[in-house]
Write a protein that binds this ligand. Structure first.
Ligand SMILES: NC(=O)C1=CN([C@@H]2O[C@H](COP(=O)(O)OP(=O)(O)OC[C@H]3O[C@@H](n4cnc5c(N)ncnc54)[C@H](OP(=O)(O)O)[C@@H]3O)[C@@H](O)[C@H]2O)[C@@H](O)CC1
Ligand SMILES: Nc1ncnc2c1ncn2[C@@H]1O[C@H](COP(=O)(O)OP(=O)(O)O)[C@@H](O)[C@H]1O
Length: 459
């Protein structure tokens, strides 16, 4: 068994309802599924155990607990001291196996369950979660919360490892799930699902290489419109990213007065331009745009063949029904919006908490409403397009949490849309978000401009 990430292939993700259907179908042919699950847990537990203490298996009353109890028997048969109970053992455990709740968690936690979870988190031993960290909702990647009146809300097991069984669940890869699941392992228990996945987990995507005869005209144009007073840096970061992603020509239309100065003194390849000069460019619109971008949007949305809408363009669209109609009436497959959760909340007119409660649903709703591709950013970015199975991005980390990293993503995506004009926006958005996340998986501070070089190396 190997950890699932980083992955070189996309993985199908199945929500709870789909997993239950798969389980029912599989049980007819494979009645010993739970035994397989328990043995898989025991095998990984043996590898993860640290020291000679007992393995503490906290087993709930459902099938997740059943997996844990079988694992306890297997470990005991191997001579490993085990403690299968809801209270911690008397001596420090060598490993905690969290088998309290899996996909059956269906309501906020009561005080007794929350206490068991807190006791597991208080152990210094590694924690192996069976299927899903207890307290985490498998479909959404959000904690189920606790019943009213309990002080600790959002309590969930902070696993060092999670062994996902039968299927991979979306909630392990987005929202809080990425932080709570630790290193993810997968055992399909010998079952190949027959049904379509709920979502895909992203992998690196090779894009077509240029032909020897290609020239700058073949590589397309990008027009970056943004950079109001004090925020020109955002537009320049996007433009630099578009250039390094391989666009043949990149123009910048700064909204702040530039007095005939260069588009970007530090990047002489970038040119000043406007919609009038490059009406066939891919637009990257809104980075550092301020409120001024609103007045530009009607012309840009009606003219540009492909557009990436970010930041203040999204705030302007959220505040204007005519602009929403203008986005929705663009030709299918020509528009990507790249909201972070707050921008998505404004567009959906809900709270940011409601967006985060179900990121897949939020992205799909926005895609339907605005009839465009949505790249909902954040930990486990989600890409949704009308008629497409959504994708959850498997890369990324907190080093990306710095001003300007979203501008780099928007610009990079614009650059790829220009260079790979024949490719669907959904595919390009997944590929760009995956590459951006991979470049951001570092353990040091990463100013946004410094993301561009590693993204280039990943090409
Ligand atoms: N069957 C098989 O062959 C296979 C099964 N597999 C394994 O089964 C797992 C799914 O098992 P599951 O459906 O029994 O659900 P599970 O997560 O154990 O919890 C259900 C229990 O929790 C309770 N409960 C829920 N919320 C609660 C709360 N807030 N506070 C308190 N209680 C709460 C709920 O109560 P009830 O709603 O019935 O009142 C019920 O008693 C899956 O994740 C995987 O590990 C796989 O290995 C594949 C093979
Ligand atoms: N913890 C994290 N894990 C994965 N990706 C992250 C994380 N924090 C931030 N990001 C990514 O960083 C980028 C931030 O974009 P955004 O919020 O628009 O910033 P800005 O507007 O300052 O450029 C997004 O691509 C987001 O997905």
């Amino acid at each position: 068994m190997r950890p699932l990430l980083p992955t070189t292939r996309p993985w199908p993700l199945f929500d709870t309802a789909a997993t239950r259907r798969i389980e029912v179908a599989a049980l007819a042919a494979t009645p010993d599924l739970m035994a397989r699950a328990g043995h898989a847990v025991a095998k990984l537990a043996l590898a993860l155990r640290r020291g000679d203490g007992p393995v503490w298996l906290a087993c709930g009353r459902g099938n997740n607990g059943g997996d844990g109890r079988i694992a306890a028997d297997v470990l005991a048969a191997h001579g490993i001291p085990t403690h299968a109970a809801l209270q911690p053992p008397a001596s420090p455990p060598s490993l905690v196996v969290d088998a309290l709740f899996g996909i059956g968690l269906n309501r906020p936690l009561d005080a007794a369950s929350a206490a068991v979870i807190e006791a597991m988190n208080a152990c210094s031993a590694p924690i192996l979660a069976v299927d899903v960290p207890s307290g985490l909702l498998a479909d959404t990647g959000q904690p189920a919360g606790t019943i009213a009146g309990l002080a600790a809300d959002g309590v969930a097991v902070r696993a060092t490892h999670t062994l996902s069984l039968l299927t991979l669940k979306p909630g392990l890869f987005t929202g809080e799930g990425r932080a709570l699941a630790g290193r993810i392992w997968f055992d399909h228990l010998g079952v190949t699902p027959a049904e379509a996945p709920t979502a895909w987990l992203s992998a690196p995507q090779a894009l077509p290489a240029s032909l020897a005869s290609h020239h700058k005209g073949s590589h397309g144009q990008v027009l970056v419109v943004g950079g109001a007073a004090g925020m020109q840096g955002a537009a320049r970061l996007a433009a630099r990213a578009a250039l390094h992603a391989g666009a043949g020509r990149v123009y910048v239309d700064l909204l702040a007065p530039n007095d005939g100065g260069p588009a970007d003194a530090g990047q002489p390849e970038l040119m000043c331009g406007s919609l009038a000069e490059c009406p066939l460019a891919v637009g990257v619109i809104g980075c550092g745009g301020g409120p001024e971008i609103a007045a530009r949007l009607p012309a840009l949305l009606s003219a540009l063949p492909r557009a990436v809408l970010d930041a203040d363009a999204l705030n302007a669209i959220a505040a204007s029904a005519p602009l929403q109609a203008a986005v929705a009436s663009r030709a299918p497959g020509t528009t990507v919006i790249t909201p972070h959760p707050l921008e998505a909340a404004r567009l959906l007119q809900i709270t940011v908490q409601a967006v985060q409660q179900d990121r897949l649903a939020a992205a799909q709703t926005l895609a339907r409403q605005l009839r465009c591709t949505v790249l909902l950013k954040g930990s486990g970015s989600v890409i949704a397009s009308p008629g497409e199975t959504p994708t959850v991005i498997s890369t990324g980390g907190p080093a990306l949490g710095t001003a300007g990293s979203g501008d780099v993503l928007a610009g990079w995506l614009g650059g790829w849309c220009a260079r790979h004009a024949a490719m669907p926006l959904h595919t390009l958005a997944c590929a760009a978000a995956h590459a951006h996340g991979a470049a951001g998986e570092v353990n040091h501070v990463l100013p946004a401009g410094e993301l561009i070089a590693p993204m280039t190396r990943l090409l």
